[in-house]
Design a protein around this ligand. Structure first.
Ligand SMILES: [Zn+2]
Length: 493
């Protein structure tokens, strides 16, 4: 007999019901269990998750099952745990999950989820089982276990531990950004959900960069204003602990002001056009030149991944990564006068140690390894994992099984993260493909590097890369290097 039968019987005794009455209920209960409770869809195995609430309260059990590597959970359990609302339209077989105003719609039998006009491909179809709507866990987390951008309740999924942890929402998000006309010129008005501090990193006319501390923005949900003649190439990106805003001011502008409101979480950047305002001190003067990598970086080690003999797929990847590095090297050398050292020749495939030795001997300013595997999805980047002893190591990394390692890379790690983020974001923008993520892993080439070091991985869906495609990737990396230099200037005292 099942434990629930015993519990039910015991409760009935306590409540003073007659045993006979209790028995009837118990039998009815058992019948329901046999008919529905313990069965799973064909080929599925039970996969229960532990839901850890954001307030540190008692973890809850979320019933789930797995089939062909896809974890399903019932929408009931999921919504109860996350405080998620859902609406089921049985006539359409459509389910909308929502956190406040943001919603994701899925359809029974379909692997496509709709988020506004964006589509998310799920690893399995939404289905009905035991009168419960069952959804792949990937409606709320991506394949790396990171919260989907539509979920305002942040969640992390740890497959090894079968743990779903809701994170307390921290900080502040960008609510609105608009460009408006002003008597003095044009202004960019930024509004966040709460108070923030700002910092102006670069006041160059070509590259005006500022940061809003502890503010983040959601690249999927947030729509940037259309390209504007005054704020050219306006770009937003999340950097560690801040939102970074960058643009080029139109050549006809003569100065700027940056003003934070005292009463509201808004910031205005004004671009003025009248020389008199500048003379009268109503505008500040731009600083001269925009920072370019040539001023700061004199030598780069590029590591084209794989190469030479080996598995067929790795020969192809080696050729692709070499093609990207060749384009990159040519631009860095010719256009920026930067020295480039490659870790391998076109046909070889040295091991990690040899690559690392070459890199460290080169006395370069940074190390970048490029992988171009065959896979779907946007670019990703890697930096070395950090030692467990460090106060910065989040528990989540330990829980994911990352091993503590102490290496020479430790001192350069903050710069490596900055490098990886800068390149990742710029490549994603150039390829118009949202980044998959920035990961910390115990990779020997990175751990042993004495300078800022990162791996960039750009997935492609075909074997060969055209020259045009390689150039596009190289262009994205160059833009990332420029950003890295602009930001690096601020980071170093
Ligand atoms: Zn690779």
């Amino acid at each position: 007999m099942s434990p629930s039968f015993h519990r039910l019987a015991a409760r009935n005794r306590l409540s003073g019901r007659t045993p006979r009455h209790g028995l009837v209920i118990a039998f009815a209960m058992l019948a329901i269990l046999v008919l529905s409770g313990s069965t799973l869809p064909p080929g599925a195995t039970p996969f229960h998750l532990l839901g850890v609430p954001s307030d540190g309260g008692t973890p809850v059990r979320i019933q789930g099952w797995e089939r062909d590597g896809v974890v399903y959970v019932s929408v009931n359990d999921l919504s109860r745990f996350l405080g998620l609302e859902y609406y089921w339209r049985s006539d359409l077989g459509q389910l909308t999950l929502s956190f406040g105003s943001q919603g994701l719609t899925v359809t029974e039998g379909s692997e496509i989820a709709a988020l506004g006009d964006k589509l998310i491909h799920l690893p399995g179809p939404v289905m009905m089982w035991n009168n419960n709507i069952q959804v792949p866990l990937e409606v709320i987390v991506d394949e790396f276990g990171q919260a989907r951008s539509w979920t305002t309740q942040k969640i992390n999924y740890y497959p090894r531990e079968r743990r779903l942890a809701a994170k307390r929402e921290r900080g502040n998000s960008l609510r609105d950004i608009r460009i408006m006309q002003d008597p003095q010129g044009w202004k960019l008005v930024l509004r966040a959900s709460g108070r923030f501090r700002h910092q102006v990193l670069s006041t160059s006319q070509q590259s005006f960069v500022l940061r809003l501390r502890n503010v983040n923005f959601d690249p999927v949900m947030f729509t940037l204003p259309p390209d504007h003649a005054w704020f050219q190439g306006l770009r937003l990106r999340n950097v560690p602990d801040a939102l970074e805003i960058s643009f080029s001011a139109a050549p006809s502008t003569v100065g700027y002001t940056v003003t934070a409101s005292r009463s509201e979480p808004t910031l205005e950047v004004l671009l003025g056009i009248d020389e008199r305002d500048l003379r009268e001190g109503n505008l500040e003067e731009f600083s001269g030149r925009g920072a370019g990598p040539a001023q700061e970086i004199t030598r780069i080690v590029l590591d084209p991944s794989h190469g030479g003999r080996g598995q067929r797929t790795h020969i192809d990847e080696g050729a692709r990564s070499f093609a990207v590095c060749e384009e990159l090297a040519a631009t860095l050398q010719i256009d920026f006068g930067i020295d480039v050292v490659l870790t391998r020749e076109k046909g070889d495939n040295p091991n990690a140690e040899n690559r690392l030795n070459r890199a460290n001997r080169a006395r370069a300013d940074l190390f970048l390894s490029v992988h171009v595997p065959e896979r779907e999805g946007g670019p990703s980047a890697f930096v070395a994992s950090i030692p467990q002893a460090s106060a910065e190591v989040p528990n989540e990394l330990r829980n994911l099984g990352f091993q503590p390692t102490v290496g020479v890379q430790e001192d350069a790690l903050n710069q490596s993260r900055l490098l990886a983020r800068s390149i990742l974001e710029s490549v994603a923008t150039e390829l118009n493909s949202p980044p998959m993520g920035l990961y910390e892993e115990a990779i020997p080439e990175l751990q042993g590097a004495v300078v800022p070091a990162a791996i960039l991985e750009i997935g492609v869906t075909k074997t060969k890369l055209s020259r045009k495609e390689a150039r596009k990737m190289a262009r994205g990396i160059i833009e990332g290097l420029k950003l890295f230099v602009v930001m690096g200037e601020e980071e170093q005292p």
